[in-house]
Design a protein around this ligand. Structure first.
Ligand code: UPG
Length: 471
């Protein structure tokens, strides 16, 4: 039953505070739509200004237009002198600006009449203290996999237990989940003194301060990790965990009027196209791009390849043709489309011509492939993407070519290997059937009475001031 209000009949007002980057903003927008449309919550989505990219501004504008029930709560960052950090990336600068603007957040939340908050793991050190001051429960929407959440939750304990072993990190056997091999763990975590590792450990410890943790996954996709987290096997004192995914696309992507990829897909035979995309962030080097181009060419298959300037190393910011190898675009003209546009990935994955998704396994892409039943050929690059690729392989949603040699996150996979893997995955009927069954399980999870739907109901009840029955 959706919550219908507190004793005085008031609906809970959940304020969502995302961190920067499309990979984080997209699931927050989807959660906002889900909570406001079917679960009796008033929902505000904090829009941090200025946004870090035009993709973000366009995405937010399209979302608020399409879903007026989601309130826009603008949060103007206090000006600060970014030249203090000459070589910092935009995401670090955004975090620093948020940290410095934290005193402005309390009045914003009071003014909005918030009754509960949900924020990103990256912002807990900023938001949880403000929530405490305001007496508001603060939840986390974890935007990566439950496997990654369990690694994050367990990692502080793991490091404490292995402190005497020369400080290195090996395989990590997460209680109740499974053993994550060293080669899958984000590379920076191999060094316990790395800044990223210290932040990861701080994030892991902060999880127990949250009132609840939402994860964009579902029971059937990650049965071990979801159960272990919900049963408190991974870390003690863990808050309730709500597996609410796949958070469904809200069909609200900002459309690029110049882009012709849908017409191109319409003209291709059913289940003939390999869709290739590596998310919204820098994820692939120029050298890897050229190997991928050559691999796609020799595979002989049709392909739609989304190459973003932000996905290309800054040093390689050349024209596409030059970037992908001489004559490539001309040679593949009849069977390949390479675009720099922002595509509506949901629409692409649902298109009947698409047969395979060559993906970096950013978690949103994995959940979208799961919802669409398109098999994944995992080509992870950095951060959580190897852990996610392991999930993809375990669930039968795709193949992770873990025979691909591990040469660190900057390693390059050769054209021949890519070509062989693409050909094998395109010919794999059993894989196609398994991916379709994952999509059925995803649809069941989010339908009324399904596991993810029940978790959202429980979450809304908790925001209402009720008790939680999920865990
Ligand atoms: O042309 C495009 C490109 C991307 N997308 C969407 O943008 C999102 C991208 O998210 P994701 O697939 O997760 O990739 P990243 O942008 O790389 O995501 C970052 O955030 C994720 C969630 O925390 C992590 O799992 C990744 O490793 C991290 O790089 C997805 O919803 C895509 O559908 C589009 O719709 N059109």
């Amino acid at each position: 039953m959706p919550s219908s209000g507190d004793a005085a009949g008031r609906r809970p007002h959940v304020v969502l505070i995302p961190s920067a980057g499309m990979g984080h903003l997209v699931p927050f927008g989807r959660l906002a739509v889900a909570l406001s449309s079917g679960h009796g919550c008033d929902v505000s989505l904090v829009t941090v200004l200025p946004t870090v990219s035009t993709a973000e501004s366009k995405h937010l504008d399209a979302l608020f237009d399409a879903f007026p029930a989601v309130r826009r709560l603008d949060f103007e960052l206090a000006p600060f002198d970014a030249s203090e950090f000459p070589s910092a990336d935009p995401f670090f600068l955004r975090f620093e600006a948020m940290r410095r603007s934290a005193p402005l957040l309390g009045p914003l939340l009071t003014g909005a009449g918030a009754s509960a908050l949900a924020t990103d793991i990256a912002l807990t050190s900023v938001v949880i203290p403000v929530a405490k001051e305001q007496g508001l429960p603060c939840h986390i929407l974890f935007t990566a996999s439950a496997a990654m959440l369990s690694l994050c939750a367990y990692f502080p304990t793991y490091l404490d237990a292995n402190a005497g072993d020369g400080g290195g990190v090996g395989d990590v056997d997460i209680p109740g989940v499974y053993r994550i091999p060293k080669a899958s763990i984000p590379q920076a975590l191999h060094d316990p003194n790395h800044l990223f590792t210290r932040q990861f450990v701080a994030n892991g410890r902060s999880l127990t301060s949250a009132a609840g943790i939402l994860v964009n996954t579902f029971d059937a996709l990650e049965p071990e990790a979801v159960a272990a987290l919900q049963q408190g096997k991974v870390a003690s004192g863990f808050p309730p965990v709500f597996a609410v995914g796949p958070l469904l696309p809200a069909s609200n992507q900002a459309k690029d009027p110049q882009a012709n990829y849908m017409e191109w897909l319409d003209a291709q035979p059913a289940r003939s196209v390999v869709y290739v995309s590596f998310g919204s962030r820098k994820a692939i080097s120029g050298e890897q791009l050229r190997e991928l181009a050559a691999g796609l060419e020799t595979s002989g298959h049709r392909f739609l390849w989304v190459v973003k300037s932000t996905v290309v190393d800054r040093d390689d910011a050349a024209e596409l043709g030059e970037l992908l190898g001489e004559g490539f675009l001309e040679r593949v003209e009849k069977r390949g489309l390479v675009t720099k546009a922002w595509v509506d990935q949901e629409e692409v994955l649902k298109h009947e011509s698409v047969a395979l998704f060559v993906s970096h396994c950013g978690w949103n892409s994995v959940t979208e492939a799961a919802a669409s039943g398109v098999p994944v050929l995992a080509l992870p690059r950095f951060g959580d993407q190897r852990v996610n690729s392991g999930v993809v392989a375990r669930a039968g949603l795709g193949v992770w070519a873990d025979t691909w040699s591990w040469e660190g996150e900057a390693g390059v996979i050769g054209a021949e290997e890519i070509s062989e893997k693409v050909k094998a995955a395109m010919a794999d009927e059993a894989l196609r059937r398994k991916a379709a069954s994952v999509a059925k399980a995803a649809a069941k999870a989010v339908a009324g009475g399904g596991s993810s739907h029940r978790c959202l109901v429980e979450f809304a009840r908790l925001c209402q001031g009720g008790t939680c029955r999920t865990n």
